[in-house]
Write a protein that binds this ligand. Sequence first.
Ligand SMILES: NC(=O)c1ccc[n+]([C@@H]2O[C@H](COP(=O)([O-])OP(=O)(O)OC[C@H]3O[C@@H](n4cnc5c(N)ncnc54)[C@H](O)[C@@H]3O)[C@@H](O)[C@H]2O)c1
Length: 339
Amino acid sequence: MNQVITLVTGGAGFIGFHLCRRLLDEGDAVICLDDMSTGTQEHVDRLAVHRNLRFIRHDVTRPINLHVHRIFNLACPASPAAYEADPIKTTLTNVLGTRNMLELARSNGARFVQASTSEVYGDPEVHPQPEGYRGNVSTTGPRSCYDEGKRCAESLVFDYERVHRLNVRVARIFNTYGPGMREDDGRVVSNFVVQALRGRDLTVYGDGSNTRSMCYVDDMVEGLARLMKADSPVAGPINLGNPREISILDLARMVSTMVGSASTIVHLPAVVDDPRVRCPDITRAKAKLDWEPRIALEEGLRRTIGFFAERLVVQSPSAGPDRGRGSLGVVEDSAASLC
Ligand SMILES: NC(=O)c1ccc[n+]([C@@H]2O[C@H](COP(=O)([O-])OP(=O)(O)OC[C@H]3O[C@@H](n4cnc5c(N)ncnc54)[C@H](O)[C@@H]3O)[C@@H](O)[C@H]2O)c1
């Protein structure tokens, strides 16, 4: 077979970068398509060392014509701070962007993997969340652009499967973390790690009893790759995430201890519509993909702390007046740090 051409939309972002790298290492020709709204030039530059990488700066809300065999549709800001900053664009990226990428898949006869999210379960009344649970999502709150946008995107994907017989798969991604996250994107792991490394207070929204299940990015990429490659049909969505659940307060304590920081934990008002619990039921992923996460939270955090520690040294060398404040752009008071 000729070389597989794989399109990764959102390829300059956190998960997209790791996914592109993995696909390039496996020998695919990769098209990384990104509008650079939350993606980084550093990721593009690091990918561009591979001769099989082609970067296209493009907004998925506009149609595009390309020759591709496979599409991973990851384009969408994932941090609440980012997706709430332009909520109308977030909805359009999910709905119009997904429609455009599905049309591209249709014209190429390409296999299509959609990056959906655990947010489709909203503030869940069923715990852990199996794929059959239909969710408890607000259509009116500040997060609805993302949650409902992703729900509509799923609906479009399965309509293209029914109407156009497109070969589609939907990954419901749970919280994912690791090296390559932006310091300033406001997600809980990057916030805690950077705050601890800088000796600042760790900000917990509410009492910290809400839970998350953190999946290391290499495990997530493995799950996405298996989902794309699975030759037998994968009917319906599939949860990808780490079922080890931890409270946000315990996560803050863990990061602080691992960094060896003297930081204290401070509590800020709870975030609107923030889910109280979140934990994937990954029975289907185990059965259909023979996949489950391998990297323990301690190990994943160790690698993530190492990544940010190195960047801190590079970015703020014994610097002048800015030292200790603002040079990393960490969103410390944002009401959107949980993700
Ligand atoms: N990281 C997580 O914990 C998590 C959890 C659930 C779902 N997801 C999903 O996984 C995907 C990747 O998430 P991430 O953590 O890498 O986020 P990210 O913000 O780091 O990456 C998203 C990428 O999409 C690009 N993008 C955004 N809008 C675009 C548009 N209109 N056109 C083209 N490119 C656009 C951004 O520039 C960025 O490079 C997203 O679809 C997200 O919803 C992530």
